[in-house]
Design a protein around this ligand. Structure first.
Ligand code: SAH
Ligand code: SF4
Ligand code: F3S
Length: 433
């Protein structure tokens, strides 16, 4: 009988891909996944430490798992919090069997057999490791193109949890994409903390210089591959060649994530983002000039230390000018091992909450205005998910989520859909072709 694996994945798409890599490796150990934690023989939490709250939740969740797990079941803590807390986790929760950092995913089978193992070396190089294949979705394939991050954004813990940035050789990426397409995926989703810095450093100094724009060109030659998405590009590295390739390559989906973080050039400087408000707006203008239908999403941090009312107004100004299609917004959360945790002029938590609510309300107001104009439009939708309520959902090229009445025969198919109803970010439509 096979053993059961329960895996909880928090954080970003990279963690989702890491979980797939771990599931693939653990299949070799005879594990299959289950959604029922108490019946699992192995419980993994793939953690995120980008903000403080989820880290605090980890220990209460571990306590619950420990109480409810079946006798003899093992618990492993993986991912970014594993990287930064390391053996501290076993100190605080002694029943945890092993700790595996975000940069050490390939060692999952080793730590499984070493009681109280802690593998968290952020200099470990997995960039050429041949992971086995497991995919949650047969329709869309996540593919890592780099590991780690070389930026030093002063608020961010990621460079400390995932280490220095190393690009994965393009031939490995292309092979992985080809395999996914051979197995039926029509969309690939390229992952990295800073995808458009791709090619700056490979493990081997002899590797041919290939930048992100060139990687996109090479990948788009794969026959039967219909869609390419990626996250996250960095506004600093959005040069004209990249924006033009994005606009002109028909396989690249016309949805761009442009993480603004702040609209104030002063705050951006304190964050060490490397660009100004003007540069960001200039890149948006350039993008919209060559690609008028592009949808733009962003990440925003409010109440970074030293953010004045006037600085916050600059963020609001960018919001009004750009009218983002989607925002992910957060209150600044001080993180260990980052520069900003020592910054003075911390923003009052009440003011921080007010700013976040104001920003989110403005976003929905701008979005409602914009989405009204979508009613009646026809989009090509790639169907990926079967919903419980008799609907099937998918995404348009520019990343709108659209659902239609239907069943599994639509999965993995492209159809033209007319939008008949809009409820904020959920679009309902009917197939017209
Ligand atoms: N590499 C990506 C970001 C990864 S982290 C990029 O540069 O865009 C995802 C998002 O979490 C960031 O864009 C940022 O908005 C947010 N974030 C990171 N650290 C944070 C912190 N200390 N407090 C609040 N939000 C944070
Ligand atoms: Fe963090 Fe900045 Fe790297 Fe993004 S680019 S992961 S925000 S350090
Ligand atoms: Fe979180 Fe690590 Fe991703 S901190 S956002 S899981 S890189």
């Amino acid at each position: 009988m096979s053993k059961k694996l329960f895996i909880e994945t928090l954080g970003c798409a990279m963690n989702s891909r890491d979980s797939e890599h771990m599931i693939a490796a653990l299949e070799k150990e005879g594990y299959e996944t289950t959604n029922d934690m108490p019946s699992a023989d192995l419980i993994l939490i793939n953690t995120c430490s980008v903000r403080e709250k989820p880290v605090a939740k980890l220990f209460s969740e571990l306590g619950v798992f420990n109480k409810k797990k079946k006798e003899g079941a093992k618990i492993g803590v993986c991912g970014c919090t594993a990287s930064h807390l390391g053996k501290e986790i076993i100190k605080r929760a002694p029943y945890v069997n092993f700790v595996l950092g975000a940069r050490n995913v390939s060692k999952i089978r080793d730590v499984l057999h070493k009681e109280k193992a802690v593998e968290i070396d952020i200099n470990y190089d997995e960039s050429e490791f041949a992971f086995d294949d497991f995919r949650t979705s047969p329709y869309k394939a996540y593919i890592n193109i780099s590991i780690g991050c070389d930026k030093q954004c002063t608020y961010c813990i990621v460079p400390k949890t995932r280490g220095e940035e190393i690009s994965i050789p393009d031939e490995l990426i292309i092979r992985e994409a080809q395999r996914a397409v051979d197995n039926g995926a029509k969309e690939i989703f390229l992952l990295g903390q800073n995808v458009n810095n791709y090619g700056r450093r490979f493990s081997s100094a002899e590797h041919e210089k290939v930048n992100f724009t060139e990687l996109l060109r090479r990948l788009s030659k794969i026959e039967d591959l219909k869609r390419i998405r990626f996250t996250s590009p960095h506004p600093f590295h959005m040069d004209d060649a990249f924006i033009e390739e994005f606009a002109n390559n028909p396989k690249i989906c016309k949805s761009m994530h442009m993480p603004l973080q702040s609209g104030s050039t002063k705050v951006l400087k304190d964050m060490k983002r490397g660009y100004s408000k003007e540069w960001f707006l200039n890149r948006v203008d350039k993008l919209r000039a060559v690609c008028p239908d592009v949808s733009i999403s962003t990440d925003i941090i409010v109440a970074f230390p030293g953010e004045s009312d006037a600085d916050f107004e600059e963020t609001i100004d960018v919001m009004k000018q750009v009218k983002f299609d989607q925002i992910f917004s957060f209150k600044y959360s001080p993180r260990p091992e980052t520069e900003a945790q020592h910054f003075e002029n911390v923003v009052d938590p009440v003011v921080a909450s007010e700013r976040l609510s104001y920003l989110q309300a403005l976003y929905t107001e701008l979005l409602d205005e914009k989405s009204k104009t979508q009613l009646g439009k026809v989009y090509e939708v790639y169907f990926e998910d079967l919903n419980a309520d008799g609907y099937v959902s998918g995404r348009t090229d520019n990343n709108l989520v659209v659902k239609v009445k239907g069943s599994e025969e639509l999965l993995g198919e492209f159809r033209d859909v007319k939008i008949t109803q809009i409820a904020r970010t959920i679009y309902t439509g009917e197939i017209v072709g």
